[in-house]
Design a protein around this ligand. Structure first.
Ligand code: 0X9
Ligand code: ZN
Length: 499
């Protein structure tokens, strides 16, 4: 009976809407629904929706919330299914396409971290505080109008008088409650102006082309500090480019940071380039560079990122060919890079199905992107910290991710993660949860963090899930980039000071 219903749901699934002129996939009327499963039966009930919805967050054996993106013509039946199974839910995003359309608008004012925080705190922060939002909207399936209205950014009134002149502190770390200004065209030391000719800025999300032009410019203009290294090529032939940032001649112990492993998590490359900007152009992180060489890979999955920019905003994987078609006859591309690393590869949370978002690939390191990172991390550089930025959820995660097993030095990892979370809280008011990936999120094998620790032997290995906690999810409006970038910088600095 259940399988009949599922088959019916499956067969009636519509082909996605495509904007013919641009070849872009549209998400008009798609909703993101946050569900709050209680117990194994409800989690199992959610997992059967696998063919029907796109899970924005995975479900583990202890998950108490999961976000699902649901196509317009499935919403009624999915909500009825949730109700029938007693699973509380609320609509987080009523129209995904509207978020996409507004995401990359350049605005005059960057939003302050305090404003960001106010928005974020409209939602329950702790996934275990599931009653907060759920009771209001759950079983009736009412759209969350309150949230969607309150989280719209208010425009500055026309008659609000002259703007205050913009200021920019030479420090990357604004004082608590200090007004946070937008990113200026030129900084006091004038250095950032040199490479802004490439079109790089943190008011908008940038293409791989712009990011790479800017990196070229950094290398050309900061010869003493920056050297670019191409560590490999993506499936579609894009170079995978690492910036080495070093002060002085002598080789030091090192840190490695990557962004953009998952294509649709745009906050990640934006924040990692922001870190690179702070390392190179402002001198704000020179203290760090007295002790460490920094290796920065801002676009770890450039094919996926470009595909997400140009064709399907919600693309997650790489773009390699699998040679397999789905039941609708469409070719299934790509491997989840964060299921393709070779530490306990192929275990929990990784799919063997080529058409799934968490496809682990035909073999560990089958993807040129993951292979390049592996080879680089194994190249004898004395790495002390591996830091990979993802979004969303505001988590600081450490190994192990493949299973609910404590790392032998879990206490050390937890101490460093907690320190970073505490500083983020006191400086910006932002809440990050800290824990092992498998315990706090869900078990998922083949992650880069597990391989950095297990395979490359880097003791301090972290995955940071950047903001927000679900208001916008993956589609974080560009006005938040600088606030989130500052949080990424603070996270890095605090970790480095505590390892
Ligand atoms: O599932 C993932 O790969 C990461 N979450 S995301 O929403 N960005 O996709 C978390 C990875 C945590 N680390 C491991 N499971 N090893
Ligand atoms: Zn991710």
């Amino acid at each position: 009976m259940l399988s009949d219903v599922l088959l019916l749901l499956l067969v009636s699934a519509v082909a996605s809407q495509i904007e013919i002129q641009t070849g872009r996939r549209l998400y008009t009327g798609y909703q993101v629904v946050r569900t709050y499963p209680e117990g194994q039966d409800q989690r199992a009930a959610l997992l059967t929706l696998d063919q029907e919805v796109d899970f924005w967050s995975d479900i583990g054996p202890h998950s108490t919330q999961a976000d699902l993106m649901v196509a317009p013509d499935r919403q009624e039946v999915i909500k009825a299914y949730l109700q029938a199974n007693g699973i509380p839910f609320q609509v987080l995003i009523p129209n995904v396409q509207r978020e996409i359309d507004n995401e990359n608008n350049e605005e005059d004012d960057a939003i302050s971290v305090e404003q960001l925080d106010n928005l974020i705190h409209l939602l329950p922060e702790n996934p275990r505080d599931k009653r907060q939002g759920a009771d209001l909207f759950s079983l009736l399936g009412l759209p969350n109008l309150l949230l969607s209205q309150n989280t719209r950014r208010r425009r500055r009134p026309q008659d609000a008088g002259p703007r205050r002149p913009r200021k920019f502190s030479s420090s990357s770390i604004p004082a608590i409650n200090a007004p946070v200004s937008s990113f200026p065209k030129s900084e006091k030391n004038g250095t950032s102006e040199i490479c802004s000719v490439t079109g790089m800025n943190w008011k908008q999300y940038q293409s791989v082309h712009t990011i790479y032009s800017w990196m070229d410019c950094l290398e050309a203009n900061f010869k003493q500090k920056v050297q670019l290294i191409t560590i490999g090529k993506s499936s579609e032939g894009r170079p995978l480019r690492v910036a080495r940032v070093r002060i002085g001649e002598e080789k030091k112990q090192a840190i490695f940071i990557d962004g953009g492993i998952h294509a649709r998590e745009w906050a990640s490359p934006a924040s990692v380039t922001y870190i690179l900007h702070k390392l190179v152009e402002t001198g704000d992180l020179d203290a760090l560079l007295q002790v460490y060489d920094a290796y920065i890979l801002p676009a770890a999955n450039p094919d996926g990122y470009e595909y997400s920019r140009n064709h399907d905003r919600m693309w997650r994987k790489t773009r390699s060919k699998t040679g397999v078609r789905n039941i609708l006859g469409q070719e299934c591309f790509g491997v989840d890079p964060n299921r393709n690393f070779g530490w306990r590869w192929g275990g929990h949370g990784a799919s063997k199905n080529q058409c799934k978002e968490t496809y682990m690939g035909p073999a560990p390191f089958s993807e040129p992107e993951t292979r390049a990172i592996k080879n680089f991390l194994s190249s004898g550089k004395n790495f002390k910290l591996y830091l990979t930025f993802h979004s969303y959820g505001q988590y600081i995660l450490y190994p192990w991710g493949f299973d609910d097993i404590d790392a032998v030095d879990k206490q050390d990892l937890h101490r460093v993660g907690t320190r970073a979370a505490n500083v983020l809280k006191s400086r910006y008011g932002s809440s990050y949860q800290v824990g092992s990936a498998a315990q706090l999120l869900y078990p998922a094998s083949g992650g880069s963090d597990d391989w950095a620790k297990g395979g490359a032997g880097i003791k301090y290995s972290f995955t940071v899930e950047l903001p927000d906690t679900g208001t916008h999810g993956f589609i974080l409006p560009a006005r938040f980039i600088q606030g989130v970038g500052r949080e990424a910088v603070t996270c890095l600095e605090t970790m480095v000071n505590n390892i």
